[in-house]
Each structure stands twice: as C-alpha cells, then as structure tokens.
Write a protein that binds this ligand. Sequence first.
Ligand SMILES: Nc1nc2c(ncn2[C@@H]2O[C@H](COP(=O)(O)OP(=O)(O)OP(=O)(O)O)[C@@H](O)[C@H]2O)c(=O)[nH]1
Ligand SMILES: [Mg+2]
Length: 563
Amino acid sequence: MDSNDLERERGITIFSKNAAVTYKDVKINVIDTPGHADFGGEVERVLKMADGVILLVDAFEGPMPQTRFVLQKALQLNLHPIVVINKVDKPNCRPDEVHDAVFELFFNLDATEAQLNFPTYYGSGKNGWFNDKNQACEDITPLMDGILQYVPPPKVSEGTLQMQITSLDYSSFLGRIAIGKVSRGSIRENQQVTLAQTDGTMRKIKVRELYVFEGMGKKKVTEVQAGDLCAVVGIEDFNIGDTIADAENPEALPVISVDEPTMNMLFSINNSPFFGKDGKFVTSRHLRDRLMKETEKNLALRVEDSPGGESFIVYGRGILHLGVLIETMRREGYELTVGQPQVIVKEIDGKKCEPYETLVVDVPQEFASKVIDLVTRRKGEMLVMETKGEMQHLEFEIPSRGLIGLRTQMLTATTGEAVMAHRFSEYKPWKGSIPGRNNGVLLAKQGGQSTGYSLDKLQDRGRFFIDPGEEVYTGQIVAEHIKPGDLVVNVVEGKKLTNMRASGSDAATNIAPKLLMTLEECMEYIEFDECIEVTPNFIRMRKVILNEDERKKQQKKINTEAI
Ligand SMILES: Nc1nc2c(ncn2[C@@H]2O[C@H](COP(=O)(O)OP(=O)(O)OP(=O)(O)O)[C@@H](O)[C@H]2O)c(=O)[nH]1
Ligand SMILES: [Mg+2]
C-alpha cells in the first residue's frame, strides 16, 4: 500500500492508508499504519478508528523498539491484538522465541489478562500463507477466519450522528476530504450537519458526497451507518480531531491527543548566494503558509514563528519525521535553509531533563565491541546483550542527542553491517556533554566552478562532497577534513591554460567520486554553526556565517562569553 514516492524510495510506510475487503459477508476495513517511531503521531490518531489490531512481528528480528510503541498505544485503547509472526520463510528464523518475546512485551506493558491471551498466527506474506500452526498451507484464510473470530464488531452507541475526523485526503476534483469512523447514528449525502471544531466553535455545513472504502479504492454511496469508515466531501475548512455531528444537537468527541515532540529545527529562507536559482517557492511567506498547512494533518508537528520573523522553529518527533517534511517540501519546489537539529530540553521537578531513547543494534559478533564502545562514548548504557544466530543483539538507553550523527559512525565502524533502530522512551536528567563530530570540514574560500585541478591537489586533505565542475560559494562545506578543525581551501583554482583542455575536466580522471549524503545524513552531520541549504535539486552544507573574517569574530565573541 506504500504509494507515495518517498515511501517507495525508502521502503517504509510514512502515511497510514485504508483498504477494505468483504470476507464471508463481513466487511473488513484495513488501516495500514507506519511502523517507524518517528511517525507515531500518525499511528496514534488512526488507531482511534480501529476495533482490532494485527501486530506484525518479524520471525527473525522479533519485537523492535517501535513494536513496543505501537503495541502500548493499542493496549491503552483497550484493543485486543492478534499477533502475526511473519517471514517464517527466512533462514534461521526463531518463531517460537519471538512468540515468547512478544508475550514478555505484552506483560511488561501491563496488558490485561484478556489481552495477554492473544491469538498467534505464523506464516509468510511473501509466500502467501498464514495459520496458527506454523505449517505451510494454501492461503491466508485461517488468518481471515481468525479476524472474524477475534476482532469484535464495531461498538456502536445509541444517539445522533458522530464522526470524528482522523485523517484527510486531497483530490484535485473534490478538494479536501475528511476521513473518519462513524461512531454513532448515520450520515447521508446532502445532509445538513454541524462541524464541531476542536476549539469549541460549531459550524453548520452540508455533506456533498460520501464514499466508503472498497478494495484499494473508494466507492460513492448515499448513506453510511455507524461502524463503517467513511470519506466526506464538501467540508472545506476542517481540522483533524473535529467531529461531524447532528445539525440540531451536536456533541463533540474528545480531542485526539498525541505525544509531545522531542526535537526541533530552525527553518529559514535560503540566504545563500544561490537563493532563488532552483526553487519556485522561496519567500518566508511561502515557507510559513506551507508549514502551517502541514500542521493541519501532521499532528505531531508544531511550528512557531521565531523572533526575527524570517525563520520558524519546527518541532517534530525525530530526524526522520522532520527529514520527510523537508524532503517533501523540496520536491514541491521549495527552497529553504535548515539548522542543526536540537533536542527539546524540559525542566522536570527543578531538574534539567532531556529525551532518552531505546536503541537496538543487531550486528555480526566481531563488531559488537566496536558498537558498544561507540555508543558508550555517546553516553549510552547497555541494557541487553544476547546472541541471535550469528548476530549479536544489543539494547541501549541513550540520550537522543547521542543518536545524532551516530548512524554514519556506526556504519563506518561496522562496514555497513549494523542494523539499528531507536525510539523515544522518556525524559530523564541531562547527561552532560556528548562529543560531536570528530572531523573538521574544508570550506570554499571563493565562489565559482570547482576544478579537477584543485580538487586533485586537495585530495589528501579530505573527502569531497562535490565533483569537479560544480558551482560553489564562499563558506560552503566542500569536503570532510581528515583531521579535526576546519580549513578554508581554494577549489576553483584553474591550471594555467596553456593548451586546449577545458577547466572542468582536467585531472578529473583520478579524483575519488564525491561522498553522497542524504538529507538526513546531512542533518546528523552538521554542527551548531553550520546549516543545510535545501533546494529541489541540491542539498548543500555550509557555515551559517559564510564570510571567514566574520565567522572568526563571532567565534572569538563566543569564546570570550564562555570565559
Ligand atoms: N522473507 C520475507 N520477507 C518479507 C515477507 N513479508 C515482507 N517481507 C519483506 O520485508 C520488507 C518490509 O516490508 P514492508 O511491508 O514494507 O514492512 P512494514 O512492516 O510495512 O514496514 P513499515 O511500513 O516501515 O513499518 C520488504 O522488503 C518485504 O519484501 C515475508 O513473508 N518473508
Ligand atoms: Mg508498511
């Protein structure tokens, strides 16, 4: 069901989606939710539409940090999950051990007696079968029968219409579409209803068209009864959490609450010399409108104007959450500058506290000690260490700050073998200073087109982020220095043109290919005095202050203030 471009590229679900099937005369609405912890806000709100939950666990990996999170939310809503252990086709999988681990997880999350009694199915989505005996069979009918047996029919209360809007969809023909579950009464085409908004205001509106989910699409209908999910067209101005209620006696449903953000970043207009060269939407007005629009559906996101007026502080759940937003904006044609991600510090009982996360790393045995060393230096504490097949399974508790930049170092230290996942656990006291990036950077001394000649000369100083022939500007980060400390270098120097060779291609043949970094890698890479210029076609890292002299003056000022 992953249909969005970013989802396909990354192979993860970011937005929840609906589908519906009819099995043995029962209509089953299916909601696919993201599994990654950064999109928890999405999970929290769509779970409100569900009468049951299928908890999918990998038969090899077992429960992951995000499994804990989604399960906890489901248990709190008093849902009774069906556990499905998938991928039993994988060699070395451990379905029985995984089952025990899932039971332990339920237990640790204070599941009730009834919830602990969960049914378990085994199988392989890839091979198209599931049943409760873990013996390959024809198809998934045993699981379908299980759904009919264990998922209760929707709870429908007596009374007038109530439907809380939990998602939204756009269509260029129909405009904004409100999606939710009709929990009471029924809703009809052309009906007069009241929109009870989360701020308390009530507005009379008219339902233009109604749709229910069918297969992977939607079907137009004239009426939807309580218990079914429904998409309503005709209410332009609504927010997630609003209730569509009876015209005469409107009663709003309780507001949807989601967990607090843990990280923020400064978003500003692009103020590099390349401003406006690449993007369509470049002003602070454009940025502001786009960010505000995002908060309407991205519930875990918050946006504040910063004092200057040109910038916005954007609060999210983590690097991936904010990264996906920036990536989406750049595809839409926006240009912007983003600063170093900061964790949100809180004062709890008079103590300075910061977010901590559970970090899980699976790594081949020989790299385990390197991983432990790396995480411990970043103030992580090891909680669990066990052997899983040929892999070592490690669990840590680590301040979120320590995670920033960890992935790149982890992959380098383990030659790309480590599989890591992390998830917010709680706020705890501030853990003191955490070492940042080890290496300095090489900065462009002057703007222009980089030459193979100068890159070649500088090759033993650092690993380049640019290729010969790329346009650069003063203060742009062009390479990682092999040593700590920054260095300003000339990358636009041309060999004296004594013959016919073009300046871009000289000596280019023996230059190592540039280091390609994704947006999220850049977000984890930069230091506090650096930022990222994001445009539809380029991601460039730079110093906040581009001019070398001004930067030095600023540094002096900071140093004296520190004394
Ligand atoms: N071996 C094996 N691989 C599977 C099976 N089912 C899914 N996969 C693979 O597992 C990977 C992840 O599948 P997804 O369906 O994207 O997983 P997901 O749980 O939806 O992931 P998120 O949406 O990010 O939470 C894909 O590469 C699938 O091909 C299975 O039964 N066996
Ligand atoms: Mg998915």
